[in-house]
Design a protein around this ligand. Structure first.
Ligand code: HEM
Length: 174
């Protein structure tokens, strides 16, 4: 009897091992995991910023931001993508970030997309337009290409950004 129980346990253990090995395949991973977790997402966000700041269409919105504001956007956008891609984050959320100016840790509450973008004043005084969102997405896509993100995963991230369009585009431009 004892041998029977031990044999059964050994069988169950090897079946469990096989299942967990299968779980490691890329098809079973969430988009969050495939992006390399928060660090992978943050890298994509970081590498998108030079494009955002120099884009002829939307650069003007980003160039004037303080280093602290820029850092807050980076952390907030990372949290937002983390949450939407199946990671262990929530959004909106309160973040702790290290100020690039004085190295001091501060907290900030990331706002919902409508609150963060409506009423923003662009060079034409009209706020964010539809083609501004296209430019934003193009910069994030360029960064994902640079970081070797697979095509299907790029599309998943672009879909997340697209889902925010209605809240980001200024109501005056609809
Ligand atoms: C769908 C695309 C977009 C997403 C997901 C997104 C996401 C974010 C996030 C997470 C924040 C930080 C939230 C906060 O400050 O509380 C933010 C802030 C900001 N976004 Fe966007 N954004 C998008 C499109 C755009 C576009 C198209 C522009 C400009 C043309 C823009 C300009 C800004 C600026 C200037 C801030 C900082 C606001 C401030 O400091 O008061 N965003 N965005």
């Amino acid at each position: 009897m004892r041998r029977y129980i031990l044999g059964t346990l050994a069988l169950l253990a090897s079946a469990g091992f096989m299942l967990s090995s299968c779980g490691g395949s890329s098809s079973a991973q969430s988009p969050f995991e495939r992006l390399g977790g928060e660090a992978g997402i943050r890298k994509v966000v970081d590498d998108a910023v030079p494009c955002l700041a120099t884009d002829p269409n939307i650069g003007i919105f980003f160039r004037g931001l303080s280093a602290d504001s820029l850092e807050r956007i980076k952390v907030c956008l990372t949290k937002q993508l983390c949450a939407a891609a199946g990671g262990p984050c929530t959004f909106p959320t309160t973040i702790t970030y290290t100020s690039p100016v004085d190295g001091v840790q501060r907290t900030f509450t990331c706002r919902p997309m409508r609150a963060a973008h409506q009423g923003m004043v662009g060079p034409d005084g009209k706020g964010i337009a539809n083609d501004d969102v296209d430019s934003f997405k193009a910069c994030v896509q360029k960064s994902m290409q640079k970081n070797g993100v697979p095509d299907d995963l790029q599309q998943a991230v672009l879909n997340i950004l697209e889902s925010q369009r209605n809240d980001v585009v200024d109501d005056r431009n609809k």
